[in-house]
Design a protein. Sequence first.
Length: 337
Amino acid sequence: MIAAREVNELLDRMAAARPQPGAYCEIRETSGGYAITAKDSFPSVPHPWLTTASWDAKAKQWNASVVAGFVNGIDPLCSAVDPQTGKLISVGLTADPVLPLLSVVDRTAGSLSGVDLPIPAFFAELGAAVDKSVSLDSSGNIAQGENAPGWRRLLSCDLYLSIARLGINGTIQINDNPGGGSVTSLVPSFDSSALSTYGTRPRFKVIKNLKIQQEETAAQKLFATWTKQQLAPDIPYDELLISTVFFLSPPKTDAAAPLDGTWTPYVQHSIFYNLLYAAQTVAQLQHPLNPIVLYTGLAGGLGDAIVNEDLSTINDASSALSTGLAQISQKGMFWSI
Protein backbone atom coordinates (compact mmCIF):
# COMPACT_ATOMS: atom_id res chain seq x y z
CA MET A 1 0.00 0.00 0.00
CA ILE A 2 1.28 3.45 -0.92
CA ALA A 3 0.60 6.18 1.63
CA ALA A 4 -1.27 9.30 0.51
CA ARG A 5 1.64 11.42 1.73
CA GLU A 6 4.01 9.69 -0.70
CA VAL A 7 1.59 10.17 -3.61
CA ASN A 8 1.28 13.88 -2.81
CA GLU A 9 5.06 14.27 -2.62
CA LEU A 10 5.39 12.61 -6.05
CA LEU A 11 2.78 14.96 -7.53
CA ASP A 12 4.58 17.96 -6.05
CA ARG A 13 7.91 16.88 -7.60
CA MET A 14 6.25 16.38 -10.99
CA ALA A 15 4.65 19.83 -10.81
CA ALA A 16 7.96 21.43 -9.86
CA ALA A 17 9.69 19.79 -12.83
CA ARG A 18 7.11 21.10 -15.28
CA PRO A 19 8.32 24.25 -17.10
CA GLN A 20 6.38 27.45 -16.50
CA PRO A 21 5.78 30.10 -19.20
CA GLY A 22 7.77 33.30 -18.88
CA ALA A 23 7.22 36.72 -20.41
CA TYR A 24 6.29 36.74 -24.11
CA CYS A 25 6.26 32.94 -24.50
CA GLU A 26 3.73 30.13 -24.68
CA ILE A 27 4.22 26.50 -23.57
CA ARG A 28 2.34 23.53 -25.06
CA GLU A 29 2.58 19.93 -23.85
CA THR A 30 3.10 17.40 -26.67
CA SER A 31 3.73 13.66 -26.86
CA GLY A 32 7.42 14.38 -27.26
CA GLY A 33 7.71 16.87 -24.39
CA TYR A 34 7.04 20.60 -24.12
CA ALA A 35 7.06 23.05 -27.03
CA ILE A 36 7.95 26.68 -26.27
CA THR A 37 6.76 29.36 -28.69
CA ALA A 38 7.79 33.02 -28.60
CA LYS A 39 4.94 35.55 -28.76
CA ASP A 40 5.55 38.96 -30.30
CA SER A 41 2.47 40.54 -28.81
CA PHE A 42 -0.57 39.91 -26.65
CA PRO A 43 -4.14 40.94 -27.40
CA SER A 44 -5.08 44.04 -25.43
CA VAL A 45 -7.46 43.43 -22.54
CA PRO A 46 -10.29 45.98 -22.72
CA HIS A 47 -10.90 47.88 -19.51
CA PRO A 48 -12.91 50.99 -18.63
CA TRP A 49 -11.29 54.13 -20.08
CA LEU A 50 -9.08 52.15 -22.51
CA THR A 51 -7.90 54.86 -24.94
CA THR A 52 -6.84 54.26 -28.55
CA ALA A 53 -5.47 56.96 -30.88
CA SER A 54 -5.88 56.78 -34.66
CA TRP A 55 -5.11 59.03 -37.62
CA ASP A 56 -8.00 60.31 -39.73
CA ALA A 57 -6.53 60.77 -43.20
CA LYS A 58 -9.63 62.54 -44.51
CA ALA A 59 -9.85 65.14 -41.71
CA LYS A 60 -6.05 65.14 -41.31
CA GLN A 61 -6.17 64.93 -37.53
CA TRP A 62 -5.63 62.47 -34.71
CA ASN A 63 -8.73 61.12 -32.95
CA ALA A 64 -9.25 59.00 -29.86
CA SER A 65 -11.75 56.29 -29.04
CA VAL A 66 -12.37 55.39 -25.40
CA VAL A 67 -13.98 52.29 -23.91
CA ALA A 68 -16.83 53.70 -21.83
CA GLY A 69 -16.23 53.94 -18.10
CA PHE A 70 -18.80 54.95 -15.52
CA VAL A 71 -18.90 57.35 -12.57
CA ASN A 72 -21.60 56.47 -10.05
CA GLY A 73 -23.06 54.22 -12.76
CA ILE A 74 -23.35 57.06 -15.31
CA ASP A 75 -21.32 57.43 -18.50
CA PRO A 76 -19.74 60.88 -19.02
CA LEU A 77 -20.77 63.33 -21.71
CA CYS A 78 -18.14 64.40 -24.23
CA SER A 79 -17.73 66.60 -27.30
CA ALA A 80 -17.38 64.30 -30.28
CA VAL A 81 -17.50 64.44 -34.07
CA ASP A 82 -20.89 63.69 -35.62
CA PRO A 83 -20.12 61.20 -38.44
CA GLN A 84 -23.02 62.57 -40.48
CA THR A 85 -22.26 66.31 -40.31
CA GLY A 86 -18.63 66.37 -39.18
CA LYS A 87 -19.54 68.86 -36.46
CA LEU A 88 -18.94 68.58 -32.71
CA ILE A 89 -21.91 67.32 -30.69
CA SER A 90 -22.44 66.33 -27.04
CA VAL A 91 -22.92 62.58 -26.60
CA GLY A 92 -22.44 59.93 -23.92
CA LEU A 93 -19.25 57.88 -23.89
CA THR A 94 -21.30 54.68 -24.37
CA ALA A 95 -22.11 55.86 -27.91
CA ASP A 96 -18.48 55.08 -28.86
CA PRO A 97 -17.81 58.64 -30.08
CA VAL A 98 -14.78 59.90 -32.00
CA LEU A 99 -12.87 62.41 -29.87
CA PRO A 100 -10.63 64.86 -31.80
CA LEU A 101 -7.19 65.36 -30.25
CA LEU A 102 -6.63 68.93 -31.40
CA SER A 103 -5.10 70.43 -28.25
CA VAL A 104 -1.52 69.26 -27.66
CA VAL A 105 1.54 70.57 -25.85
CA ASP A 106 5.12 70.27 -27.17
CA ARG A 107 7.27 68.74 -24.42
CA THR A 108 10.43 69.25 -26.47
CA ALA A 109 9.89 72.92 -27.35
CA GLY A 110 12.31 74.20 -24.72
CA SER A 111 12.41 77.31 -22.55
CA LEU A 112 11.14 79.67 -25.26
CA SER A 113 7.72 78.00 -25.14
CA GLY A 114 7.24 78.67 -21.43
CA VAL A 115 6.33 75.00 -20.92
CA ASP A 116 8.33 72.93 -18.46
CA LEU A 117 7.03 69.37 -18.70
CA PRO A 118 9.24 66.30 -18.23
CA ILE A 119 10.14 63.95 -21.05
CA PRO A 120 9.56 60.38 -19.81
CA ALA A 121 12.67 58.17 -19.87
CA PHE A 122 11.02 55.79 -22.36
CA PHE A 123 10.81 58.55 -24.98
CA ALA A 124 14.24 59.95 -24.11
CA GLU A 125 15.69 56.54 -24.99
CA LEU A 126 13.98 56.79 -28.37
CA GLY A 127 15.55 60.18 -29.11
CA ALA A 128 13.10 62.74 -27.69
CA ALA A 129 14.89 65.71 -26.13
CA VAL A 130 14.49 69.42 -25.53
CA ASP A 131 15.04 71.40 -28.72
CA LYS A 132 18.52 72.95 -28.63
CA SER A 133 18.34 74.71 -31.98
CA VAL A 134 17.00 77.86 -30.30
CA SER A 135 17.08 78.38 -26.51
CA LEU A 136 17.62 80.90 -23.72
CA ASP A 137 20.98 81.00 -21.98
CA SER A 138 21.50 81.76 -18.26
CA SER A 139 21.47 85.50 -18.99
CA GLY A 140 18.14 85.36 -20.80
CA ASN A 141 19.70 85.80 -24.24
CA ILE A 142 18.63 83.72 -27.23
CA ALA A 143 21.25 81.10 -28.09
CA GLN A 144 21.50 78.75 -31.07
CA GLY A 145 22.70 75.16 -30.91
CA GLU A 146 22.40 71.76 -32.54
CA ASN A 147 20.16 68.79 -31.83
CA ALA A 148 21.43 65.20 -31.84
CA PRO A 149 21.34 63.45 -35.25
CA GLY A 150 18.34 61.29 -34.31
CA TRP A 151 16.46 64.03 -32.46
CA ARG A 152 12.71 63.53 -32.18
CA ARG A 153 9.88 65.74 -30.96
CA LEU A 154 7.33 64.70 -28.35
CA LEU A 155 3.81 66.12 -28.07
CA SER A 156 1.09 65.10 -25.63
CA CYS A 157 -2.45 65.77 -24.48
CA ASP A 158 -4.48 64.70 -21.45
CA LEU A 159 -7.92 63.11 -21.34
CA TYR A 160 -9.71 63.71 -18.06
CA LEU A 161 -12.98 63.67 -16.15
CA SER A 162 -14.64 66.84 -14.90
CA ILE A 163 -17.62 67.02 -12.52
CA ALA A 164 -19.27 70.31 -11.60
CA ARG A 165 -19.81 71.15 -7.92
CA LEU A 166 -20.25 74.09 -5.60
CA GLY A 167 -17.18 76.32 -5.47
CA ILE A 168 -16.02 78.97 -3.01
CA ASN A 169 -15.54 82.42 -4.51
CA GLY A 170 -15.50 85.78 -2.77
CA THR A 171 -14.77 89.49 -2.75
CA ILE A 172 -11.97 91.53 -1.20
CA GLN A 173 -13.01 94.03 1.48
CA ILE A 174 -10.86 96.75 3.08
CA ASN A 175 -12.08 98.07 6.44
CA ASP A 176 -10.63 100.60 8.84
CA ASN A 177 -8.69 99.15 11.72
CA PRO A 178 -9.70 100.75 15.05
CA GLY A 179 -6.05 100.67 16.07
CA GLY A 180 -4.99 102.48 12.89
CA GLY A 181 -4.43 101.40 9.31
CA SER A 182 -6.72 98.93 7.57
CA VAL A 183 -7.77 95.28 7.53
CA THR A 184 -7.92 93.45 4.19
CA SER A 185 -10.21 90.40 4.18
CA LEU A 186 -11.72 87.89 1.80
CA VAL A 187 -15.49 87.45 2.20
CA PRO A 188 -16.17 83.97 0.73
CA SER A 189 -19.42 82.96 -0.93
CA PHE A 190 -20.76 79.91 -2.75
CA ASP A 191 -20.43 79.63 -6.55
CA SER A 192 -23.10 77.41 -8.15
CA SER A 193 -22.56 78.57 -11.75
CA ALA A 194 -21.02 75.29 -12.96
CA LEU A 195 -23.75 73.19 -11.35
CA SER A 196 -26.41 75.38 -12.95
CA THR A 197 -24.77 75.04 -16.39
CA TYR A 198 -23.70 71.38 -16.44
CA GLY A 199 -25.55 69.61 -13.63
CA THR A 200 -23.87 66.70 -11.86
CA ARG A 201 -23.28 64.40 -14.87
CA PRO A 202 -19.54 63.84 -15.41
CA ARG A 203 -17.91 65.19 -18.57
CA PHE A 204 -14.99 63.68 -20.49
CA LYS A 205 -12.62 66.30 -21.88
CA VAL A 206 -9.32 66.78 -23.73
CA ILE A 207 -6.73 69.38 -22.70
CA LYS A 208 -3.08 70.11 -23.42
CA ASN A 209 -1.98 69.37 -19.86
CA LEU A 210 -4.21 69.00 -16.80
CA LYS A 211 -1.40 69.55 -14.29
CA ILE A 212 -0.61 73.05 -15.61
CA GLN A 213 -4.28 73.98 -15.29
CA GLN A 214 -4.43 72.80 -11.67
CA GLU A 215 -1.16 74.25 -10.36
CA GLU A 216 -2.22 77.83 -9.70
CA THR A 217 -0.71 78.92 -6.39
CA ALA A 218 -2.39 81.01 -3.69
CA ALA A 219 -0.02 83.91 -4.51
CA GLN A 220 -1.02 83.80 -8.19
CA LYS A 221 -4.68 83.81 -7.19
CA LEU A 222 -4.03 86.74 -4.89
CA PHE A 223 -2.38 88.83 -7.63
CA ALA A 224 -5.19 88.02 -10.09
CA THR A 225 -7.77 88.81 -7.43
CA TRP A 226 -6.44 92.19 -6.46
CA THR A 227 -6.78 93.68 -9.92
CA LYS A 228 -10.45 92.65 -10.11
CA GLN A 229 -11.35 93.01 -6.43
CA GLN A 230 -12.93 89.57 -6.46
CA LEU A 231 -11.61 86.09 -5.89
CA ALA A 232 -12.07 82.85 -7.80
CA PRO A 233 -9.79 80.58 -5.74
CA ASP A 234 -11.87 77.45 -6.10
CA ILE A 235 -12.60 76.19 -9.62
CA PRO A 236 -16.12 74.73 -9.29
CA TYR A 237 -15.13 71.38 -10.77
CA ASP A 238 -13.40 68.23 -9.60
CA GLU A 239 -11.05 66.79 -12.21
CA LEU A 240 -9.29 63.44 -12.60
CA LEU A 241 -6.66 62.46 -15.17
CA ILE A 242 -7.73 59.37 -17.12
CA SER A 243 -5.00 58.97 -19.74
CA THR A 244 -2.22 60.81 -21.57
CA VAL A 245 -1.67 60.40 -25.30
CA PHE A 246 1.93 60.97 -26.45
CA PHE A 247 2.91 61.60 -30.07
CA LEU A 248 6.51 60.80 -31.06
CA SER A 249 7.79 62.25 -34.32
CA PRO A 250 9.98 60.46 -36.87
CA PRO A 251 13.73 61.17 -36.45
CA LYS A 252 15.01 64.51 -37.76
CA THR A 253 11.56 66.10 -37.83
CA ASP A 254 11.67 69.87 -38.22
CA ALA A 255 10.88 71.81 -35.04
CA ALA A 256 8.01 73.58 -36.81
CA ALA A 257 6.54 70.54 -38.56
CA PRO A 258 2.85 69.91 -37.78
CA LEU A 259 1.50 66.78 -36.14
CA ASP A 260 0.48 64.33 -38.88
CA GLY A 261 0.01 60.65 -39.63
CA THR A 262 3.74 59.90 -39.68
CA TRP A 263 3.96 60.38 -35.90
CA THR A 264 3.58 57.38 -33.56
CA PRO A 265 0.99 57.49 -30.74
CA TYR A 266 1.51 55.99 -27.29
CA VAL A 267 -1.09 55.95 -24.50
CA GLN A 268 -0.35 56.06 -20.78
CA HIS A 269 -3.38 55.12 -18.67
CA SER A 270 -3.89 56.49 -15.16
CA ILE A 271 -7.27 54.90 -14.38
CA PHE A 272 -8.41 51.34 -15.19
CA TYR A 273 -11.66 50.98 -13.24
CA ASN A 274 -15.15 52.39 -13.01
CA LEU A 275 -15.39 55.10 -10.38
CA LEU A 276 -17.48 56.50 -7.58
CA TYR A 277 -17.57 60.18 -6.73
CA ALA A 278 -18.90 62.34 -3.91
CA ALA A 279 -18.74 66.09 -3.31
CA GLN A 280 -18.69 67.82 0.07
CA THR A 281 -22.04 68.42 1.74
CA VAL A 282 -23.04 72.05 2.15
CA ALA A 283 -24.78 71.22 5.45
CA GLN A 284 -21.38 70.93 7.12
CA LEU A 285 -20.55 74.57 6.41
CA GLN A 286 -21.34 77.66 8.41
CA HIS A 287 -23.76 80.23 6.99
CA PRO A 288 -22.80 82.91 6.29
CA LEU A 289 -19.13 82.06 5.84
CA ASN A 290 -16.79 84.03 8.08
CA PRO A 291 -14.35 86.47 6.42
CA ILE A 292 -10.71 85.36 6.07
CA VAL A 293 -8.30 88.05 7.27
CA LEU A 294 -5.45 88.35 4.77
CA TYR A 295 -3.58 91.41 5.99
CA THR A 296 -3.64 93.95 8.81
CA GLY A 297 -1.47 96.98 8.29
CA LEU A 298 -1.16 100.56 7.15
CA ALA A 299 -3.64 102.43 5.00
CA GLY A 300 -3.57 101.07 1.44
CA GLY A 301 -3.51 97.53 2.77
CA LEU A 302 -2.48 94.55 0.74
CA GLY A 303 -2.75 96.45 -2.54
CA ASP A 304 0.31 98.55 -1.73
CA ALA A 305 2.26 95.43 -0.78
CA ILE A 306 1.45 93.84 -4.13
CA VAL A 307 2.33 96.97 -6.08
CA ASN A 308 5.62 97.30 -4.15
CA GLU A 309 6.35 93.55 -4.47
CA ASP A 310 6.63 93.15 -0.69
CA LEU A 311 7.18 89.39 -0.77
CA SER A 312 6.93 88.72 2.97
CA THR A 313 3.54 90.43 3.16
CA ILE A 314 2.34 88.69 0.00
CA ASN A 315 3.50 85.28 1.30
CA ASP A 316 1.77 85.87 4.65
CA ALA A 317 -1.45 86.81 2.86
CA SER A 318 -1.17 83.79 0.55
CA SER A 319 -0.71 81.51 3.55
CA ALA A 320 -3.77 82.99 5.25
CA LEU A 321 -5.73 82.54 2.02
CA SER A 322 -4.69 78.89 1.62
CA THR A 323 -5.36 78.06 5.27
CA GLY A 324 -8.74 79.76 5.30
CA LEU A 325 -9.91 78.18 2.05
CA ALA A 326 -8.77 74.71 3.16
CA GLN A 327 -11.24 74.90 6.03
CA ILE A 328 -14.18 75.57 3.72
CA SER A 329 -13.07 73.59 0.67
CA GLN A 330 -15.80 71.95 -1.39
CA LYS A 331 -13.38 69.61 -3.15
CA GLY A 332 -14.88 66.15 -3.73
CA MET A 333 -13.32 62.71 -4.05
CA PHE A 334 -13.06 59.97 -6.68
CA TRP A 335 -12.49 56.35 -5.68
CA SER A 336 -12.95 52.78 -6.95
CA ILE A 337 -13.82 49.49 -5.30
